[in-house]
Design a protein around this ligand. Structure first.
Ligand code: EPZ
Length: 422
């Protein structure tokens, strides 16, 4: 099991290139199941989650080629033989559940393992299933699997209203509805940029969809969809992570192909805390002086609110802010695992239910710490970059799920960081 060693205390200076968005790619790839024509994705990130999705689609009978060192993913699902997504894949990656809607739409049935919980929460799928039932699917749960099938009429468009905004449920329903007969209206969908990117791709495939990114999405179902070539949007969570890497080390980083357009909530908060962030002709320039960040009070929220996927990284930065900050996590019930590890580095954090109170300290101290989930692991890397002395972050396989060569990108900005293979 690899770990990452960091000698902290260096103000980062340099350039990093932002990769394509993991969470866009993980819904774009299963959308290839909706058509028997080839779908080509460019600007794809090279991550272990993409490898897992590749394995899943291949197990269903699709041909998936990773070209140009994984930057281009060519998928051809002309002969989808199987409709079962097995537990051993789904349990590793919840996004596997996004094959349910496309399989149901294309083959009229699907058997997908329930994703089960994960480190950050129970991760229910009731909204996915309720929405598919509204399109006429018959759903049964047995032996930990969702057994879904359509009657002879296939999926039929309908009005769906989500009681809460779910990224995955919105994606599954949009994909299923593009092949349903008639019109589907989705009320209160999630508005994340990754969903807007999915709709752009489906439209290129012939999908008739409008309203993405708003409170109501209209989908006119088509009997068939064509192929397309689509470039994956930049990863806004990687953008936010590197902005916070500059902020926590008092450095300045140029984010190539980064934009502030999808991280407005973070930019607003950090500018108020004293971080300079502005667009440049190649992306985004971030600079943070040596003075300590001002404290903040932030609640996570569905897009365009402050993203839960940047909550742990922000907490690491606020651990050395000049005063008391507060972060409330409203999306997931257990997304504070990084707190105990940050405390080992000298952070002063009190938890009260879903609210963390962070009392900024002058400096964190390097320590051996353990990653528990993807975003917690990168928060520990950020803390290690700022801490005095050596930190060792173990179980970095969590990190490899969502960040491409992060230690190489940070080293290019002067960080004293290296991967140690066990
Ligand atoms: C997506 O997960 C992202 N993953 C997550 O990123 C992200 O944290 C999350 O959206 C929220 O923004 C991918 O896109 C692959 P949700 P998803 O459905 O779709 C509850 C990362 O680090 N809910 O929007 O699973 C759920 O329990 C990952 O990249 C139900 O109750 O999230 C949660 O509390 C982590 N019933 C809330 O909604 C349902 O049927 C939001 O979940 C579905 C969800």
């Amino acid at each position: 099991m690899d770990s990452i060693e960091i000698q902290g205390g260096v103000a980062l200076k340099g350039k990093v290139r932002i990769a394509g968005a993991k969470n866009a790619c993980l819904t774009l790839m299963p959308s290839a199941l909706l058509t028997d024509q080839p779908l080509t994705l460019t600007n794809a990130p090279r991550l272990s989650d993409i490898t897992t999705m590749t394995r899943l689609l291949t197990s269903l009978g699709a041909e998936v080629q990773l070209l140009k060192k994984g930057r281009v993913i060519a998928i051809s699902a002309h002969n989808v033989k199987d409709v079962e997504a097995h537990y051993d894949i789904v349990r590793k990656m919840r996004a596997s559940f996004l094959v349910l809607g496309p399989l149901l739409a294309r083959k009229g049935r699907a058997r997908v393992s329930l994703p089960g919980g994960c480190a950050i929460g129970a991760r229910a799928v009731d909204l996915h299933l309720a929405g598919l039932k509204r399109l006429g699917a018959e759903i049964e749960l047995e032996n930990g699997y969702v057994e879904a099938r359509c009657n002879s009429k296939g999926l039929v468009g309908n009005r769906i209203r989500f009681p809460l905004r779910s990224v995955g449920a919105t994606e599954n329903l949009i994909m299923a509805a593009t092949r349903a007969r008639g019109e589907t209206v989705i009320e209160n969908p999630a508005r994340e940029p990754e969903i807007v990117d999915l709709v752009h791709c489906l439209r290129a495939m012939g999908g008739e969809i409008s309203g993405e990114g708003t409170g109501r999405i209209h989908i006119q179902g088509n009997a068939s969809l064509g192929g397309a070539t689509h470039s994956v949007i930049e990863d806004r969570i990687e953008v936010g992570t590197f902005i916070l890497a500059a902020a926590i080390t008092g450095g300045s980083i140029e984010l190539e192909r980064g934009t502030s357009r999808h991280v407005g909530a973070l930019v607003k908060e950090l500018q108020a805390a004293g971080v300079g962030i502005e667009s440049t002709d190649t992306g985004l320039g971030v600079s943070s002086g040596r003075e300590r960040l001002k404290p903040l009070s932030v609640s996570t929220a569905p897009y365009p609110g402050f993203p839960t996927d940047l909550q742990a990284q922000l907490m690491a930065a606020l651990a050395i802010a000049d005063g008391r900050s507060e972060i409330t996590e409203t999306i997931f019930e257990n997304r504070f695992m990084h707190v105990s590890e940050l405390r080992r580095m000298g952070a002063r954090i009190e938890l009260n239910g879903r609210t963390a109170r962070i009392f900024g300290v002058e400096q964190l101290k390097g320590a051996p710490v353990m990653a528990t989930d993807l975003r917690a692991s990168v928060a520990l890397v950020l803390a290690g970059l700022a801490a005095k002395g050596k930190s060792v972050v173990s179980r970095v396989y969590h990190l490899d799920r969502g960040y491409e060569n992060i230690e190489r990108k940070l080293r290019a900005c002067g960080a004293r960081i290296r991967r140690v293979s066990a």
